[in-house]
Design a protein around this ligand. Sequence first.
Ligand code: AMP
Length: 381
Amino acid sequence: MIGIIGGGQLGRMLAMAGHRLGERFRFMDETPDAVAGHVGELVVDSFAQPAKLDAFLSGIDVVSYEFENVPVQLAETVASRAKLLPGVMALRTSQDRLSEKSMFAELGIGTPAFAKVDSLSELHAAVGAIGLPAVLKTRRLGYDGKGQAVLRVASDVDPAWHALQGTSQGLERGEGEEKTSGLTVPLILEKFVEFQAEVSILAARGMNGEIAFYPLTENVHEHGILRISRCPASKRVDGVRFQDRAEQIAEAVLKRLDYVGLLAIELFVVGEELLANEMAPRVHNSGHWTMDGSRTSQFEQHLRAIMGWPLGAPQTVGVCGMVNLIGNCPALSEFARIPGARVHWYGKEPRPGRKVGHLNFVEQTQSDLDAVMAAALHVLR
Ligand code: AMP
Protein backbone atom coordinates (compact mmCIF):
# COMPACT_ATOMS: atom_id res chain seq x y z
CA MET A 1 0.00 0.00 0.00
CA ILE A 2 1.47 3.32 -1.10
CA GLY A 3 0.51 6.62 0.51
CA ILE A 4 0.54 9.80 -1.54
CA ILE A 5 0.23 13.31 -0.09
CA GLY A 6 -1.89 15.22 -2.60
CA GLY A 7 -4.74 13.84 -4.65
CA GLY A 8 -4.57 15.65 -7.99
CA GLN A 9 -4.05 14.25 -11.47
CA LEU A 10 -0.41 13.33 -10.81
CA GLY A 11 -1.48 11.15 -7.88
CA ARG A 12 -4.21 9.68 -10.01
CA MET A 13 -1.76 8.77 -12.79
CA LEU A 14 0.68 7.29 -10.25
CA ALA A 15 -2.08 5.00 -9.02
CA MET A 16 -3.11 4.04 -12.53
CA ALA A 17 0.49 3.00 -13.25
CA GLY A 18 0.73 1.22 -9.90
CA HIS A 19 -2.47 -0.77 -10.29
CA ARG A 20 -0.83 -2.73 -13.10
CA LEU A 21 1.91 -3.65 -10.63
CA GLY A 22 -0.64 -4.83 -8.08
CA GLU A 23 -0.15 -1.87 -5.76
CA ARG A 24 -2.89 -0.12 -3.83
CA PHE A 25 -2.99 3.57 -2.99
CA ARG A 26 -4.21 5.90 -0.28
CA PHE A 27 -4.21 9.66 -0.82
CA MET A 28 -4.33 12.58 1.56
CA ASP A 29 -5.92 15.75 0.24
CA GLU A 30 -7.76 18.76 1.59
CA THR A 31 -10.68 18.50 -0.81
CA PRO A 32 -13.18 15.64 -0.95
CA ASP A 33 -13.44 15.89 -4.75
CA ALA A 34 -9.69 15.31 -5.31
CA VAL A 35 -9.56 13.25 -8.51
CA ALA A 36 -7.12 10.64 -7.21
CA GLY A 37 -10.00 9.56 -4.99
CA HIS A 38 -11.50 7.93 -8.12
CA VAL A 39 -8.64 5.41 -8.17
CA GLY A 40 -7.69 4.92 -4.51
CA GLU A 41 -8.71 5.60 -0.93
CA LEU A 42 -8.93 9.28 -0.04
CA VAL A 43 -8.32 10.69 3.44
CA VAL A 44 -9.59 14.28 3.54
CA ASP A 45 -7.52 16.22 6.04
CA SER A 46 -5.82 19.56 6.56
CA PHE A 47 -2.17 19.67 5.46
CA ALA A 48 -1.37 22.41 7.99
CA GLN A 49 -3.16 20.79 10.94
CA PRO A 50 -3.64 17.12 10.14
CA ALA A 51 -6.02 15.22 12.39
CA LYS A 52 -6.18 11.89 10.55
CA LEU A 53 -2.55 10.86 10.14
CA ASP A 54 -3.17 7.52 11.89
CA ALA A 55 -5.82 6.68 9.33
CA PHE A 56 -3.61 7.85 6.46
CA LEU A 57 -0.49 5.96 7.56
CA SER A 58 -2.05 2.72 8.80
CA GLY A 59 -0.71 -0.24 6.78
CA ILE A 60 1.31 2.02 4.43
CA ASP A 61 4.71 0.74 3.15
CA VAL A 62 6.02 4.00 1.72
CA VAL A 63 4.75 7.56 1.39
CA SER A 64 5.43 9.97 -1.47
CA TYR A 65 3.94 13.29 -2.58
CA GLU A 66 2.59 14.64 -5.83
CA PHE A 67 3.01 18.39 -5.24
CA GLU A 68 5.97 20.27 -3.80
CA ASN A 69 4.09 22.62 -1.49
CA VAL A 70 3.44 19.96 1.14
CA PRO A 71 4.14 21.82 4.42
CA VAL A 72 7.60 20.79 5.64
CA GLN A 73 6.20 20.19 9.11
CA LEU A 74 3.75 17.62 7.75
CA ALA A 75 6.54 15.97 5.75
CA GLU A 76 8.74 15.79 8.85
CA THR A 77 5.97 14.23 10.92
CA VAL A 78 5.26 11.67 8.21
CA ALA A 79 8.99 10.93 7.82
CA SER A 80 9.29 10.27 11.56
CA ARG A 81 6.57 7.63 11.35
CA ALA A 82 6.97 6.10 7.87
CA LYS A 83 9.35 5.94 4.93
CA LEU A 84 8.94 9.25 3.00
CA LEU A 85 10.49 9.36 -0.49
CA PRO A 86 11.79 11.65 -1.87
CA GLY A 87 12.90 12.95 1.55
CA VAL A 88 12.27 16.21 3.34
CA MET A 89 15.46 17.86 2.03
CA ALA A 90 14.25 17.71 -1.58
CA LEU A 91 10.90 19.16 -0.58
CA ARG A 92 12.39 21.96 1.50
CA THR A 93 14.86 22.98 -1.22
CA SER A 94 12.33 23.01 -4.04
CA GLN A 95 9.75 25.01 -2.08
CA ASP A 96 11.87 28.13 -2.11
CA ARG A 97 13.16 29.49 -5.40
CA LEU A 98 16.07 31.13 -3.59
CA SER A 99 17.34 27.94 -1.93
CA GLU A 100 16.76 26.02 -5.16
CA LYS A 101 18.79 28.48 -7.25
CA SER A 102 21.47 28.74 -4.53
CA MET A 103 21.84 24.95 -4.60
CA PHE A 104 22.16 24.97 -8.41
CA ALA A 105 24.86 27.65 -8.14
CA GLU A 106 26.75 25.71 -5.44
CA LEU A 107 26.75 22.66 -7.70
CA GLY A 108 28.23 24.66 -10.58
CA ILE A 109 24.94 24.59 -12.50
CA GLY A 110 24.27 27.80 -14.45
CA THR A 111 21.12 29.82 -13.63
CA PRO A 112 19.75 33.17 -14.73
CA ALA A 113 21.37 35.87 -12.52
CA PHE A 114 19.23 36.19 -9.39
CA ALA A 115 18.96 38.20 -6.17
CA LYS A 116 16.96 37.94 -2.96
CA VAL A 117 14.35 40.70 -2.57
CA ASP A 118 12.80 41.38 0.84
CA SER A 119 11.98 45.07 0.50
CA LEU A 120 11.30 47.67 -2.15
CA SER A 121 14.76 49.17 -1.65
CA GLU A 122 16.34 45.72 -2.11
CA LEU A 123 14.32 45.41 -5.30
CA HIS A 124 15.71 48.68 -6.63
CA ALA A 125 19.24 47.55 -5.74
CA ALA A 126 18.64 44.16 -7.44
CA VAL A 127 17.31 45.86 -10.59
CA GLY A 128 20.45 48.01 -10.59
CA ALA A 129 22.68 44.94 -10.33
CA ILE A 130 20.81 42.59 -12.70
CA GLY A 131 19.35 45.11 -15.16
CA LEU A 132 16.10 45.03 -17.12
CA PRO A 133 14.24 43.15 -18.41
CA ALA A 134 13.91 40.94 -15.35
CA VAL A 135 11.34 38.64 -13.76
CA LEU A 136 10.16 39.21 -10.20
CA LYS A 137 8.80 36.04 -8.56
CA THR A 138 7.46 35.02 -5.18
CA ARG A 139 9.99 32.66 -3.61
CA ARG A 140 7.29 30.28 -2.46
CA LEU A 141 4.03 28.86 -3.76
CA GLY A 142 4.14 30.16 -7.33
CA TYR A 143 3.22 27.78 -10.15
CA ASP A 144 2.13 27.90 -13.78
CA GLY A 145 3.42 31.47 -14.08
CA LYS A 146 1.38 32.66 -11.07
CA GLY A 147 3.15 34.88 -8.54
CA GLN A 148 5.48 36.50 -11.06
CA ALA A 149 5.78 39.72 -13.03
CA VAL A 150 8.04 40.71 -15.90
CA LEU A 151 9.77 44.07 -15.40
CA ARG A 152 10.59 45.67 -18.74
CA VAL A 153 11.03 49.36 -17.89
CA ALA A 154 11.84 51.24 -14.69
CA SER A 155 8.20 52.27 -14.21
CA ASP A 156 7.22 48.56 -13.91
CA VAL A 157 9.27 48.10 -10.74
CA ASP A 158 7.12 49.61 -7.98
CA PRO A 159 3.75 48.34 -9.29
CA ALA A 160 5.19 44.79 -9.57
CA TRP A 161 6.42 44.96 -5.98
CA HIS A 162 2.98 46.02 -4.73
CA ALA A 163 1.14 43.50 -6.92
CA LEU A 164 3.19 40.55 -5.64
CA GLN A 165 2.94 41.76 -2.06
CA GLY A 166 -0.83 41.94 -2.44
CA THR A 167 -1.82 38.63 -3.91
CA SER A 168 0.68 36.01 -2.89
CA GLN A 169 -1.21 34.55 0.04
CA GLY A 170 -3.77 33.08 -2.31
CA LEU A 171 -1.24 31.24 -4.45
CA GLU A 172 -1.34 28.05 -2.44
CA ARG A 173 -4.88 27.45 -3.57
CA GLY A 174 -4.46 29.21 -6.88
CA GLU A 175 -7.16 31.73 -6.07
CA GLY A 176 -5.16 34.98 -5.85
CA GLU A 177 -6.94 35.95 -2.64
CA GLU A 178 -6.10 39.25 -1.02
CA LYS A 179 -3.28 39.08 1.46
CA THR A 180 -4.45 39.78 4.99
CA SER A 181 -1.33 39.58 7.16
CA GLY A 182 1.15 42.46 7.39
CA LEU A 183 4.18 40.27 6.66
CA THR A 184 6.39 40.91 3.66
CA VAL A 185 6.18 38.26 0.96
CA PRO A 186 9.76 37.19 0.14
CA LEU A 187 10.64 37.58 -3.54
CA ILE A 188 13.45 36.77 -5.95
CA LEU A 189 14.50 38.85 -8.94
CA GLU A 190 15.87 37.00 -11.96
CA LYS A 191 17.38 38.26 -15.16
CA PHE A 192 14.95 37.80 -18.05
CA VAL A 193 16.65 35.21 -20.21
CA GLU A 194 16.26 35.32 -24.00
CA PHE A 195 16.27 31.55 -24.35
CA GLN A 196 16.20 29.62 -27.65
CA ALA A 197 14.06 26.94 -26.05
CA GLU A 198 12.88 25.44 -22.80
CA VAL A 199 13.74 21.83 -22.06
CA SER A 200 13.44 19.51 -19.09
CA ILE A 201 15.46 16.57 -17.92
CA LEU A 202 13.61 13.82 -16.08
CA ALA A 203 15.71 11.42 -14.09
CA ALA A 204 15.06 8.81 -11.44
CA ARG A 205 17.32 7.51 -8.69
CA GLY A 206 16.69 4.18 -7.03
CA MET A 207 17.30 3.18 -3.42
CA ASN A 208 20.65 1.62 -4.38
CA GLY A 209 21.83 4.82 -6.09
CA GLU A 210 21.10 3.59 -9.62
CA ILE A 211 20.11 6.47 -11.95
CA ALA A 212 18.05 6.44 -15.17
CA PHE A 213 17.74 9.49 -17.43
CA TYR A 214 15.02 10.19 -19.98
CA PRO A 215 15.99 11.95 -23.21
CA LEU A 216 15.61 15.75 -23.02
CA THR A 217 12.07 16.97 -23.52
CA GLU A 218 11.37 20.27 -25.30
CA ASN A 219 8.59 22.36 -23.75
CA VAL A 220 6.51 25.27 -24.98
CA HIS A 221 4.61 27.40 -22.46
CA GLU A 222 1.66 29.71 -23.09
CA HIS A 223 0.91 32.36 -20.43
CA GLY A 224 3.31 30.54 -18.07
CA ILE A 225 1.47 27.21 -18.43
CA LEU A 226 2.95 24.22 -20.24
CA ARG A 227 1.11 23.66 -23.53
CA ILE A 228 3.30 21.28 -25.55
CA SER A 229 6.12 18.83 -24.93
CA ARG A 230 8.13 16.88 -27.48
CA CYS A 231 10.67 14.14 -27.03
CA PRO A 232 13.12 13.93 -28.64
CA ALA A 233 13.46 17.70 -28.84
CA SER A 234 13.05 19.23 -32.32
CA LYS A 235 16.05 19.93 -34.58
CA ARG A 236 15.80 23.58 -33.51
CA VAL A 237 17.11 22.59 -30.07
CA ASP A 238 19.30 19.65 -30.96
CA GLY A 239 18.60 17.90 -27.66
CA VAL A 240 21.27 15.28 -28.31
CA ARG A 241 23.94 17.97 -28.07
CA PHE A 242 22.70 18.96 -24.60
CA GLN A 243 21.88 15.50 -23.27
CA ASP A 244 25.21 14.90 -21.52
CA ARG A 245 25.20 18.26 -19.80
CA ALA A 246 21.57 17.82 -18.69
CA GLU A 247 22.42 14.41 -17.26
CA GLN A 248 25.37 15.86 -15.33
CA ILE A 249 23.06 18.52 -13.90
CA ALA A 250 20.41 16.00 -12.87
CA GLU A 251 22.97 13.62 -11.39
CA ALA A 252 24.55 16.36 -9.28
CA VAL A 253 21.14 17.36 -7.87
CA LEU A 254 20.01 13.77 -7.26
CA LYS A 255 23.19 13.03 -5.33
CA ARG A 256 23.20 16.29 -3.37
CA LEU A 257 19.63 15.64 -2.18
CA ASP A 258 20.21 11.91 -1.60
CA TYR A 259 17.14 11.60 -3.76
CA VAL A 260 14.98 8.54 -4.32
CA GLY A 261 12.23 8.84 -6.92
CA LEU A 262 11.64 10.81 -10.09
CA LEU A 263 12.95 14.37 -10.38
CA ALA A 264 12.32 16.96 -13.10
CA ILE A 265 14.56 19.96 -13.78
CA GLU A 266 13.41 22.72 -16.11
CA LEU A 267 16.21 24.31 -18.12
CA PHE A 268 16.62 27.21 -20.54
CA VAL A 269 18.73 26.68 -23.66
CA VAL A 270 20.83 29.83 -24.08
CA GLY A 271 23.48 29.61 -26.81
CA GLU A 272 25.69 26.67 -25.90
CA GLU A 273 24.56 26.66 -22.27
CA LEU A 274 21.81 25.16 -20.17
CA LEU A 275 20.54 27.40 -17.34
CA ALA A 276 18.46 25.83 -14.58
CA ASN A 277 15.10 27.49 -13.95
CA GLU A 278 13.49 25.23 -11.38
CA MET A 279 13.05 21.66 -10.25
CA ALA A 280 10.10 19.54 -9.19
CA PRO A 281 10.68 16.71 -6.70
CA ARG A 282 7.95 14.60 -8.25
CA VAL A 283 6.52 13.32 -11.49
CA HIS A 284 6.11 16.22 -13.90
CA ASN A 285 3.79 17.44 -16.62
CA SER A 286 6.65 17.51 -19.15
CA GLY A 287 7.00 13.74 -18.66
CA HIS A 288 3.41 12.84 -19.50
CA TRP A 289 4.48 11.67 -22.97
CA THR A 290 6.23 8.75 -21.25
CA MET A 291 2.84 7.16 -20.50
CA ASP A 292 2.59 6.13 -24.13
CA GLY A 293 6.03 6.93 -25.54
CA SER A 294 8.57 5.33 -23.23
CA ARG A 295 9.42 1.78 -22.31
CA THR A 296 8.80 2.84 -18.70
CA SER A 297 6.47 5.72 -17.87
CA GLN A 298 7.64 8.35 -15.39
CA PHE A 299 4.87 7.18 -13.06
CA GLU A 300 6.02 3.55 -13.03
CA GLN A 301 9.63 4.77 -12.74
CA HIS A 302 8.82 6.81 -9.64
CA LEU A 303 7.03 3.84 -8.06
CA ARG A 304 9.89 1.47 -8.91
CA ALA A 305 12.32 3.86 -7.22
CA ILE A 306 10.33 4.36 -4.01
CA MET A 307 9.50 0.65 -3.75
CA GLY A 308 13.20 -0.25 -4.00
CA TRP A 309 12.80 -2.02 -7.34
CA PRO A 310 15.27 -1.89 -10.23
CA LEU A 311 14.57 1.12 -12.47
CA GLY A 312 12.92 0.57 -15.84
CA ALA A 313 14.31 1.34 -19.30
CA PRO A 314 13.74 5.05 -20.05
CA GLN A 315 14.11 4.90 -23.85
CA THR A 316 11.45 6.27 -26.17
CA VAL A 317 9.48 3.96 -28.44
CA GLY A 318 8.98 6.60 -31.15
CA VAL A 319 8.84 10.33 -31.77
CA CYS A 320 6.63 11.57 -28.94
CA GLY A 321 4.50 14.62 -28.27
CA MET A 322 2.09 15.84 -25.61
CA VAL A 323 -0.53 18.59 -25.78
CA ASN A 324 -2.10 19.81 -22.54
CA LEU A 325 -5.85 20.34 -22.37
CA ILE A 326 -6.45 23.45 -20.29
CA GLY A 327 -9.71 25.00 -19.09
CA ASN A 328 -12.86 24.60 -21.15
CA CYS A 329 -11.99 22.34 -24.09
CA PRO A 330 -13.93 21.10 -27.11
CA ALA A 331 -15.61 17.71 -26.65
CA LEU A 332 -13.13 14.87 -26.27
CA SER A 333 -14.62 13.17 -29.33
CA GLU A 334 -13.11 16.02 -31.41
CA PHE A 335 -9.62 14.95 -30.33
CA ALA A 336 -10.41 11.28 -30.65
CA ARG A 337 -10.83 11.97 -34.38
CA ILE A 338 -7.11 12.78 -34.74
CA PRO A 339 -5.29 9.62 -35.87
CA GLY A 340 -3.25 8.10 -33.08
CA ALA A 341 -4.33 10.62 -30.42
CA ARG A 342 -4.25 9.02 -26.99
CA VAL A 343 -6.60 10.95 -24.78
CA HIS A 344 -5.93 11.25 -21.05
CA TRP A 345 -8.70 12.92 -19.08
CA TYR A 346 -8.41 13.63 -15.38
CA GLY A 347 -12.07 13.87 -14.41
CA LYS A 348 -11.66 17.43 -13.07
CA GLU A 349 -14.16 20.24 -13.26
CA PRO A 350 -12.92 22.58 -16.05
CA ARG A 351 -11.91 26.08 -14.88
CA PRO A 352 -9.92 28.71 -16.78
CA GLY A 353 -6.20 27.90 -16.64
CA ARG A 354 -6.78 24.48 -15.05
CA LYS A 355 -5.14 21.41 -16.56
CA VAL A 356 -7.95 18.93 -17.20
CA GLY A 357 -6.28 16.38 -19.47
CA HIS A 358 -3.66 15.83 -22.14
CA LEU A 359 -3.15 14.15 -25.49
CA ASN A 360 -0.19 11.94 -26.24
CA PHE A 361 1.14 11.10 -29.68
CA VAL A 362 3.74 8.53 -30.65
CA GLU A 363 4.79 8.70 -34.30
CA GLN A 364 7.62 7.35 -36.44
CA THR A 365 8.94 10.66 -37.80
CA GLN A 366 9.15 14.28 -36.71
CA SER A 367 7.01 15.36 -39.66
CA ASP A 368 4.27 12.87 -38.76
CA LEU A 369 4.36 14.21 -35.22
CA ASP A 370 4.22 17.82 -36.47
CA ALA A 371 1.09 16.96 -38.46
CA VAL A 372 -0.87 15.38 -35.60
CA MET A 373 0.23 18.03 -33.06
CA ALA A 374 -0.90 20.74 -35.50
CA ALA A 375 -4.25 18.96 -35.85
CA ALA A 376 -4.65 18.89 -32.07
CA LEU A 377 -3.80 22.57 -31.73
CA HIS A 378 -6.24 23.36 -34.51
CA VAL A 379 -9.07 21.70 -32.54
CA LEU A 380 -8.05 23.78 -29.51
CA ARG A 381 -8.10 27.12 -31.38
P1 AMP B 1 8.44 29.24 -13.64
O1 AMP B 1 7.23 29.31 -12.78
O2 AMP B 1 9.68 29.74 -12.98
O3 AMP B 1 8.63 27.89 -14.27
O4 AMP B 1 8.15 30.23 -14.87
C1 AMP B 1 7.12 29.98 -15.81
C2 AMP B 1 7.60 30.33 -17.20
O5 AMP B 1 7.96 31.72 -17.26
C3 AMP B 1 8.87 29.60 -17.63
O6 AMP B 1 8.56 28.34 -18.15
C4 AMP B 1 9.41 30.55 -18.70
O7 AMP B 1 8.70 30.41 -19.92
C5 AMP B 1 9.10 31.91 -18.12
N1 AMP B 1 10.24 32.37 -17.30
C6 AMP B 1 10.47 32.10 -15.99
N2 AMP B 1 11.62 32.65 -15.56
C7 AMP B 1 12.17 33.27 -16.62
C8 AMP B 1 13.38 34.01 -16.84
N3 AMP B 1 14.27 34.24 -15.84
N4 AMP B 1 13.61 34.50 -18.08
C9 AMP B 1 12.73 34.29 -19.08
N5 AMP B 1 11.58 33.61 -18.95
C10 AMP B 1 11.28 33.10 -17.75
